[in-house]
Design a protein around this ligand. Structure first.
Ligand SMILES: NC(=O)c1ccc[n+]([C@@H]2O[C@H](COP(=O)([O-])OP(=O)(O)OC[C@H]3O[C@@H](n4cnc5c(N)ncnc54)[C@H](OP(=O)(O)O)[C@@H]3O)[C@@H](O)[C@H]2O)c1
Length: 259
């Protein structure tokens, strides 16, 4: 297949592109900036304006839609930009669009998730046969979060929150398989191999970094805290990934000392 990847420069996109190529697909990829890496046909496109989208979708069989702007302009990029993409893809006769979303977008009250859910609905209502794959958190995201939560010394967090980190390379493999299997016209979930409490995740993180930072427990209030403690971010869906939080920590911090 000739496959367009939006968000190809991102954390997930960087492992999706080689995976597609390994499986014998021809890859076209978008970024807002011009790029020229070999083996990939790059198209400059911006979901916020629609610039470049008609060229990006022209002649492709399928789309893996990964691009997202969680921090700024999320409605414009994720919701309206997704609408611009599906309209262009419909006009170009694209046969399957797979949208990557996040486990919990339909229950965890975080503004970003509201936009992701709205984008899922845009995909489902659009003219292109579709699938949605909701993944749990990437371990890099949890790692970033723990570093941020430790800025002032101790690691601050609600120890009963549940997480289920999943390796982006395993999500990439699942996305490519989903694309090849054809439109689901539905939502599939994919999570990591184990559900961890926040305090367990912190303990392993501290050990891997040879850190003696204490955990300063707080109780996240309200519906957000309740939903996160009740497993709003985790899934029982099978199959699941195999690479654990401990595997990620060993790869990232093995043999080093970082506090
Ligand atoms: N991080 C997680 O734990 C996690 C878990 C489950 C699902 N997801 C989902 O997986 C997807 C990829 O996540 P990620 O962590 O790989 O993201 P990321 O590293 O933040 O990358 C974001 C990508 O979006 C592109 N982008 C941003 N604004 C754009 C715009 N206006 N027009 C076109 N492209 C734009 C960027 O491309 P350029 O800067 O090159 O233009 C970049 O490639 C997202 O949809 C996210 O919601 C993430």
């Amino acid at each position: 297949m000739k496959v367009l990847v939006t968000g190809a420069t991102g954390r997930l996109g960087r492992v999706v592109v080689p995976r597609l190529r390994e499986d014998g697909h021809t890859v076209r990829a978008t970024s807002r900036r011009p790029r020229t890496d070999p083996g990939v046909e790059w198209v400059a496109a911006d979901l916020a304006t629609g610039d470049g989208l008609a060229d990006a979708v022209d002649g492709v069989d399928g789309i893996l839609h990964l691009a997202s702007a969680p921090n700024r302009g999320t409605h414009e990029v994720d919701v309206l930009g997704t609408r611009r993409l599906v309209v262009a893809a419909g006009q170009a006769g694209v046969r399957h669009l797979v949208y990557v979303s996040i486990v919990g977008v339909d229950r965890v009250p975080i503004p970003y998730y509201r936009h992701k859910l709205a984008a899922e609905q845009v995909v489902a209502a659009g003219p292109v046969p579709w699938s949605v794959l909701r993944a749990t958190q990437f371990p890099e995201f949890l790692d970033d979060l723990l570093r941020m939560s430790s800025r002032f010394g101790p690691t601050i967090g609600d120890r009963a929150i549940l997480a289920q980190p999943v390796d982006p390379a395993e999500v990439a493999a699942r996305l490519v398989a989903r694309l090849a299997a054809g439109p689901l016209r539905g939502i599939e979930e994919y999570g990591g191999p184990e559900v961890l409490r926040f305090d367990e995740a912190v303990r392993a993180w501290r050990a891997a970094r040879h850190s003696r930072r204490p955990l300063l427990p707080v109780r996240l209030p309200g519906r957000l805290g309740r939903t996160l403690r009740d497993g709003g971010l985790v899934t029982t869906a099978l199959p699941k990934g195999t690479r654990t939080w401990a595997d990620y920590l060993a790869d990232t911090y093995g043999g080093t000392t970082r506090r």
